[in-house]
Design a protein around this ligand. Structure first.
Ligand SMILES: [Zn+2]
Length: 346
C-alpha cells in the first residue's frame, strides 16, 4: 500500500515536471539555462501532516519565482513581467476562470513607502498588474473566500538581486498549490486567487482590488493572506486576525493542534508583539470589514536582504505551512455560509 502510493507519487511528480516544463515554455527554458535550479532542487524527506499538496509543485514554483532571471520581481520591471507570465500560465493550466476576459487587473498608483523606489519622485504614477482568477463554488458560488499573496519584491539594488524567496515567492507558491488542489476538488464556495502587485510600495495591489473589485466586496466572506511563510530557520508560524475576528479562532486552534509546526495566534493587537494588522495586503480588506487571517513569520535574518534566496529557505517548514493554509481553507470553505451569516455583513 505504502509502496504503491510512493510509486504513484513519483509518477505524479514526473508528470508535474513535464507539465511545468511545457506550460512555462520560454520562461522555464530561461530559468533552466541559468543552470542552478534543478541542481539545487533537493526535495526534503520530511513528511507533512496532511499530505494533500504536491511538494514538487510547491518547491518548483518557489524556485521559479525566486530565480535570478526574475530579477527580484520589482513592479514595472522585466522580471516582474516574467513572474506575471508564469502566474498566468499556471492559472490557465489549473483551469481558473477570469472575471473580465483576462487574469490581469491593471492599476495606477503612487508609491507610498519611503523605501528606495524609482527616481525618488514620490508623486510620479506607476502601473501595477494584479493576476486574479477564481474557481466557482459548487454549493454557493455567490459567496467567496479571497486568497491573496503579493508577487512583487524589491528588484535589483546596488547591483544585487533581491530574490524574495520567502518574501513572497513562498505565499504565491502556496496559493498556486491551493489552486491546483481545488481545481481537482471544486470548493463549496467560490475561491478567488489573487497574486497582488506593488505590495512593497504600499499595499497598492490590494488597494486597487478594493477600489475596483471584480467580485462584490460584501460577498467576500474571508480573506486569507500569505506573506512570508518560508523562513530560513525553524520558526513560529503566526496566524494573525483572530483578535479582530474571534469566530475564526477555533479553526486556527484545530490546525495548531494537528500540525508539527508551532502555529501561534498573535501579532494583532491583544499581545505585546508588533501589530501586523496593517502590515500586508489583508489591511485594505480589513478596512472594508472583511474578516482576515494572515499567515506569516518573523524573519529577522533575511528580511528585505539579498540573502532571502531559494537556497536559504527551510523547505519542510514551507511545505507544512502550505498544508496548514490548505487545511484552514478546506474547513472554512465548509462553514463559510454560516460564518458569513453570523458576521451580519450580508
Ligand atoms: Zn512581503
Amino acid at each position: 500500500m505504502q509502496h504503491h502510493r510512493q510509486r504513484a507519487k513519483s509518477l505524479q511528480n514526473i508528470l508535474f515536471i513535464l507539465f511545468l516544463t511545457c506550460i512555462s515554455g520560454a520562461l522555464w527554458g530561461q530559468v533552466e539555462r541559468q543552470g542552478t535550479i534543478f541542481e539545487n532542487l533537493k526535495l526534503p524527506s520530511a513528511n507533512t501532516t496532511w499530505q494533500r499538496l504536491s511538494s514538487i509543485q510547491l518547491i518548483t514554483s518557489l524556485a521559479v519565482l525566486s530565480a535570478d532571471s526574475l530579477e527580484g520581481r520589482k513592479t514595472g520591471s522585466r522580471g516582474n513581467l516574467r513572474a506575471q507570465q508564469f502566474l498566468v500560465r499556471q492559472f490557465s493550466a489549473f483551469g481558473l476562470q477570469s472575471f473580465n476576459g483576462g487574469f490581469a487587473q491593471s492599476f495606477q498608483f503612487v508609491p507610498r513607502s519611503h523605501r528606495n523606489y524609482g527616481s525618488g519622485n514620490g508623486q510620479q504614477s506607476h502601473t501595477g498588474i494584479n493576476i486574479i482568477g477564481y474557481l466557482p463554488g459548487q454549493r454557493n458560488s455567490e459567496l467567496a473566500i479571497l486568497i491573496t499573496a503579493h508577487y512583487d519584491h524589491e528588484g535589483i539594488r546596488g547591483g544585487e538581486i533581491y530574490n524574495g524567496a520567502n518574501d513572497n515567492g513562498s505565499g504565491v507558491s502556496a496559493m498556486l498549490a491551493a489552486a491546483g488542489y481545488f481545481s481537482n476538488q471544486l470548493p463549496d464556495h467560490t475561491i478567488i486567487f489573487a497574486a497582488l502587485d506593488a505590495e512593497e510600495t504600499g499595499l497598492n495591489g490590494a488597494r486597487a482590488f478594493v477600489r475596483n473589485p471584480p467580485f462584490p466586496l460584501e460577498k467576500i466572506a474571508l480573506n486569507i493572506n500569505m506573506d512570508m511563510i518560508s523562513p530560513a530557520a525553524d520558526s513560529l508560524l503566526y496566524i494573525s486576525g483572530t483578535d479582530h475576528f474571534p469566530q475564526l479562532s477555533k479553526y486556527v486552534s484545530a490546525v495548531s493542534r494537528a500540525s508539527f509546526l508551532k502555529v501561534v495566534q498573535g501579532h494583532n493587537s491583544l499581545d505585546d508583539l508588533e501589530d501586523w494588522t496593517y502590515s500586508s495586503d489583508h489591511a485594505p480588506f480589513y478596512y472594508h470589514g472583511i474578516p482576515f487571517l494572515y499567515l506569516g513569520v518573523e524573519d529577522k535574518a533575511h528580511y528585505h536582504k539579498p540573502t532571502d534566496t531559494f537556497e536559504n529557505i527551510n523547505q519542510p517548514f514551507f511545505l507544512e505551512a502550505s498544508e496548514v493554509m490548505l487545511e484552514l481553507l478546506i474547513n472554512l470553505d465548509r462553514d463559510l455560509s454560516r460564518l458569513h451569516l453570523q458576521s451580519g455583513r450580508q
